[in-house]
Design a protein around this ligand. Structure first.
Ligand code: MOS
Length: 699
């Protein structure tokens, strides 16, 4: 059943308490089974899968010569575009692997090797000879014709214009007119993508490392000609996603297709880190041309953002890098545009605050430049331009506490004690500086989530929803939400998640998970009480599905924050260090302060990582990423990180969810990179506009 009434706010008893992760023991003792570790579930010994990939950006497979591979004693089969099972539906061009001979990017799957051992599978892949006919490929944005993406692809209007931007810029007393860029970035969750699957009696059972089991099931089933009841996807433990496991990618389909072929034999695949770089998404490079016009007193009169991103011919994905600037600051004349270069390259996808991260990086460095040009303190400049209503939609903000975050951060960080001039503090051989930036992230709420509450013996309850916990702590937070909604202690709730045979859940993405799933749980619990009272008979149950929240259309809903950084740059080597990074956030009610703190700390680390280290390089002849490991693509490690400090405002946003919470996963990764780069400017007088800010910038 699906009541049309939405959940009403619940009060916090369990919520807000620092409950330890309920799956911590399984994880630290190694008993947690990840997607590659489910052999105990199988009746038969699994076949190991290895992916054979294209070595040209564009063309056709002429022939896959598997003769040498098949002579290997351990190799069972080599499936290619001729011999692989046919799909019922090939509309999803990313997932329709081995259905034709077309090669659309370097690193695309062109054959699957199945073998009795992982070593034999890998050797079989090495022995498989791929004959390709190459075609001329477009591999750099310079060669491509830029196009304007559709509203559907952007998730918002691609272009907006209000007032007369050019006239306002011409009349402005101060103008900042600069280009900013972010590089290709690779997700790099600790656990590479992996899946195992068995197809028996017409049912495909799959264990996948994914951010959404229902998303995988609903994408794969129709392509394989299976009904919803003929597929079951589980993801009990996931070693991080960072966006790359948000939608199914070709490796998952490879496992499913091979399992269908193997009919009864389980199939397992662990994607190598190298293969992840072409097969599981990445953040495209972004360029932002920003023009800010202002009066001498710092009030913004014109905002012009032109974001240029890249997409793939194989499948369109648009990084919405112009959109986030629309709601950030006041100013009457505004224009924002997205332009896209379509290339014959691997398919980009979500990565750690897609759109928001590059957009707010560019805007917040531009704001620092405006602060300098007007001689106004960067914190005060942001406060001065804080809008009354959302300038993008004209709607009131459900909650906008950016100013409080800035003021509290300034206090806590020591900013309010005043700052010296840029390039004026040298301590030993280190230039020292401080920087600030605003953060924001939309309060994404996805309707269509279902939860089921079932009465158990002894006054206990089972609460079920197919949500995924990719390491964030959502399993723990949902338990707290369920306990409060049922008004019982957390010990009295059994929570079942991460299984597509449970009620439908949307993706653990866009910082939407806990809020969207939690709302379904609250609604189901309240409906359960209405249906069955406080003393239900064991076995009584209620399932309930969420609809769009009535307030969603009335208000503009976002979280806000402020990041402050202290940076030291070595005067001789350009080495850059971040001894202190502080973030203050307004994110609604914090459901679990332990896991929330970890989310915000982790995201600040990602922000430092993006600011200073992460950069993937492409071979411009093939479009292939040449950064192929964690040595050539550095992700911030322990030694890189100084003192991190996070705080949040005492906040309850009942317009956002009945828990009063908003998402917390990504906001820490928005803005903080700009705070670091702004601090590096303050330290050295060198303005970096292109990430990452590597040492050579400061020599
Ligand atoms: Mo997250 S990058 O929205 O999956």
């Amino acid at each position: 059943m699906s009541p049309s009434k939405n959940a009403t706010p619940i009060s916090a008893a369990a919520m807000g308490s620092p409950l330890g992760r309920v799956d911590a023991r399984e994880k630290v003792t190694g008993r947690a089974t990840y997607a590659f570790e489910n052999d105990a579930q199988f009746e038969k010994k699994p076949l190991y899968l290895w992916l054979v990939t294209s070595t040209t950006a564009k063309g056709r497979v002429r022939e896959i010569d598997a003769s040498a591979a098949l002579e290997h004693p351990g190799v069972t089969a080599v499936l290619d575009h001729v011999t692989a099972p046919r799909m019922a539906d090939t509309d999803n061009s990313e997932l329709a692997i081995l259905q034709d001979d077309r090669i659309s990017y370097y690193g695309q799957i062109v054959a699957l090797v199945l073998a009795e051992t992982i070593e034999a599978a890998r050797e079989g892949a090495r022995l498989t000879v791929v004959h390709q006919d190459e075609e001329k490929a477009v591999l750099t944005a310079d060669e491509a014709e830029l196009y304007t993406p559709t509203k559907d692809a952007v998730g918002a209007e691609p272009d907006t214009e209000e007032g007369d931007v050019d006239a306002a810029l011409a009349e402005a007393e101060v103008v900042v007119d600069k280009q900013y860029s972010t590089p290709y970035e690779q997700n790099n969750p600790l656990e590479p993508h992996a899946a195992s699957a068995v197809f028996a009696d017409g049912v495909l059972e799959m264990w996948d490392s994914t951010q959404g089991v229902h998303g995988v099931a609903s994408a794969l089933a129709p392509m394989l000609g299976l009904s919803e009841t003929q597929i079951r996807v589980q993801a009990p433990y996931v070693g991080g996603g960072f966006g790359s496991k948000g939608v199914p990618h070709p490796p998952e389909m490879a496992v499913a297709l091979a399992a269908v072929w193997a009919d009864g034999r389980p199939v397992k695949l662990a994607v190598t880190r190298q293969q992840m770089y072409s097969l599981t998404g990445y953040r495209t490079a972004t360029k932002s041309h920003i023009r800010l016009g202002a009066r001498a007193d710092g009030r913004i009169t014109a905002l012009d953002v032109l974001a240029t991103v890249e997409s793939a011919a194989a499948k369109e994905f648009i990084e919405h890098a112009a959109k986030p600037a629309r709601m950030m600051y006041a100013g009457a004349n505004r224009r924002t545009r997205h332009r896209v270069a379509e290339l014959d390259v691997a398919i980009p996808s979500w990565l750690r605050a897609p759109g928001e991260m590059p957009a707010i990086f560019a805007l917040e460095v531009a704001m620092d430049e405006l602060a300098e040009a007007t001689g106004i303190d960067p914190v005060e400049l942001r406060i001065l331009n804080d809008p009354e209503i959302d300038p993008e939609t004209g709607k009131p903000f459900a909650s906008r506490r950016l100013v409080e975050c800035l003021r509290r951060g300034a206090e806590s960080f020591g900013w309010s004690q005043g700052r010296p001039e840029p390039r004026s503090t040298l301590e030993g051989d280190w230039w020292v500086g401080t920087g600030v930036a605003s953060s924001t992230y939309p309060a994404n709420f996805f309707p269509g989530n279902s939860a089921r509450v079932t009465a158990l013996e002894g006054g206990r309850y089972n609460v079920a929803i197919g949500a995924a916990d990719i390491g964030t702590g959502s399993r723990t937070a949902l338990l707290q939400i369920a306990a409060d909604a049922l008004e019982v202690p957390v010990e009295d709730v059994d929570l079942a998640i991460a299984d597509s045979s449970l009620p439908t859940a949307t993706v653990a993405g866009g910082s939407s998970g806990t809020g969207s799933w939690g709302t379904a749980i609250v609604q189901a619990a309240q409906q359960f009480r209405a249906d069955h009272g406080d003393h239900p008979v064991p076995g009584e149950l209620t399932t309930s599905t969420t609809e769009a929240y009535p307030d969603m259309d009335k208000y503009s809903m976002h979280s806000f924050g402020a990041a402050f950084a202290e940076v030291r740059v070595h005067r001789l080597t350009g080495e850059i260090r971040v001894p202190r990074l502080t973030g203050v956030y307004s994110v609604g009610r914090v459901i679990n302060p332990v896991t929330a703190r970890s989310q915000l700390l982790g995201a600040l680390i990602m922000a430092q990582s993006a600011a200073l280290y992460e950069e993937a390089y492409r071979d411009t002849r093939t479009g292939h990423f040449v950064t192929q490991d964690l040595a050539s693509y550095h992700v911030a490690a322990h030694a890189d990180i100084g003192d991190l400090h996070v705080e949040w405002l005492d906040d309850v946003d009942e317009r956002a969810t009945p828990m009063g919470s908003r998402g917390i996963g990504e906001i820490g990764n928005v803005g903080a990179s700009a705070a670091i780069v702004n601090a590096a400017y303050h330290a050295t007088g060198v303005r970096v506009r292109d990430l990452p800010a590597t040492p050579e910038n400061f020599l």
